[in-house]
Design a protein around this ligand. Structure first.
Ligand code: NI
Length: 167
């Protein structure tokens, strides 16, 4: 596992729609391992492959429960992730992004989403997420589509201290 450099918003790779993954091989699994390591060290609660300069549709998310610290963190690896269902209800939250260091912004996201994709071995996965976990998935799936939260934010500012988990 190698800790990779996190690309920031000026880089073209963060503005491109990433390529779908067709081959579930050692190279993919090595990419996933690097992404997990890089996310943990950053530290962040999610990372998408374009953020380490790889234009592939791969995301990793690691998160527990915002209301209950006793709930252990769960790691999700989703290849070719897609939102296949979402609630009409939205919630406004404050997001920060590893690729937009030093800033946060208010973004409205669906309260509940259903995400489909595959794991790093090609097995189909389906995840129903709500609250912060749903937000993290929406943020990471935006990354593989070349979208940054700043495109969706009503307001962006530089916080005096860390206000939020960085995604
Ligand atoms: Ni981000």
């Amino acid at each position: 596992m190698t800790i990779q450099t996190i690309y920031t918003y000026e880089e073209d790779v963060l503005r491109q729609k990433a390529q779908p993954v067709e081959t579930f091989d050692e190279e993919l699994r090595s990419l996933v391992d690097d992404m997990i390591e890089t996310m943990r060290v950053a530290p962040g609660v999610g990372l998408a492959a374009p953020q380490i300069g790889v234009s592939k549709q791969v995301i990793v998310v690691e998160f527990g429960d915002e209301d209950d610290e006793a709930v252990p963190e769960q790691l999700f690896v989703v290849v070719n992730p897609e939102i296949v269902g979402q609630s009409k209800d939205t919630v406004v939250g404050i997001e920060g992004c590893l690729s937009v260091p030093g800033f946060v912004g208010e973004v409205a996201r669906a309260q509940v989403v259903t995400v489909r994709g595959q794991d790093q071995h090609g097995k189909k996965v389906k995840i129903r997420a709500q609250g912060w976990l749903a937000r993290i998935f929406q943020h990471e799936i935006d990354h593989v589509n070349g979208v940054l939260y700043t495109d969706r934010a009503g307001q962006i500012w530089k916080p005096d201290h860390e206000e939020t988990d960085t995604i």
